[in-house]
Structure formats: structure tokens, C-alpha cells
Design a protein. Structure first.
Length: 136
């Protein structure tokens, strides 16, 4: 259940970054269509997540890792610093996820919240199935 909420949250958080990457914008468009978000709601959600630039930081660190590993003489300290940056960013996102989720859900009307709940039901079932049978 939290996974879906976090996924939707991250999707919405990534939307400002996704505007420059059309392939990532498609899932946001699907969420907008499914929940029938108004322009005002979408702008409020984007505003809630506007200060979330961790995805760009992670992408930058990944790029720096690729550059570093392409060198003849690899600097383990430089690699370690970049991997630590990515881990710190991931931890920060986990910490902020609940706050972003609360803000974004507050923007939704009751029928939209019900639609969001419908998305959680299959994930709850899938998660419980995986606990019984980890091979799923």
C-alpha cells in the first residue's frame, strides 16, 4: 500500500523533472487522466513537490559515476563519494515521502481519493501473496 502511494508521490514529484524528459511524463499523464485532476490540482501537486530536486541530484551522481568508471585509473574515493550521495538522496526521499504524500492527497477530492484507494487494493493483495509465496 505504501509502495503505491510512494510511487504515485514520486511520480508526481518527478513531474517537473519529467517535463524535460517526455518518456517520464507519460505515467504522470496517465495518473492525471485516471484521477481526473484539474489544472489547479495538478499545479498544486507540482508546487508541493517543486522543491524536490533529489532526482536531478541522483542523475548527476550517476553521470559522474559513469565518467569516473570510464577512466583508466579509477579513483575509489570519488566513486565512494558519489555512491554515498545517491544513498543519502534515497534516504532523504524516504523521509520526505510521507509529507509529500499527505500534501498531495489533501489536494484531491473525495471521489479522487476513492480512485486512489482502488489502486492500493491490488498492491495489498500482491504483497500478501508474495509473503505466502515469494516466487510471485
Amino acid at each position: 500500500m505504501k509502495l503505491l502511494s510512494t510511487s504515485v508521490l514520486l511520480l508526481l514529484a518527478a513531474s517537473s523533472w519529467a517535463q524535460s524528459l517526455p518518456s517520464l511524463y507519460q505515467p504522470l499523464a496517465q495518473v492525471r487522466t485516471f484521477l481526473q485532476l484539474s489544472d489547479a490540482q495538478l499545479q498544486a501537486i507540482l508546487s508541493n513537490n517543486g522543491d524536490c530536486n533529489q532526482l536531478a541530484q541522483t542523475k548527476q551522481a550517476q553521470s559522474e559515476i559513469a565518467i569516473e568508471t570510464a577512466k583508466d585509473m579509477i579513483d575509489p574515493m570519488a566513486l565512494g563519494v558519489r555512491y554515498a550521495e545517491i544513498e543519502t538522496t534515497c534516504r532523504d526521499l524516504k523521509t520526505q515521502a510521507a509529507a509529500y504524500q499527505t500534501k498531495n492527497i489533501a489536494v484531491l477530492a473525495d471521489p479522487q481519493k476513492a480512485k486512489l484507494q482502488v489502486l492500493r487494493i491490488p498492491l495489498t493483495w500482491l504483497r500478501s501473496s508474495r509473503m505466502r509465496n515469494p516466487e510471485i
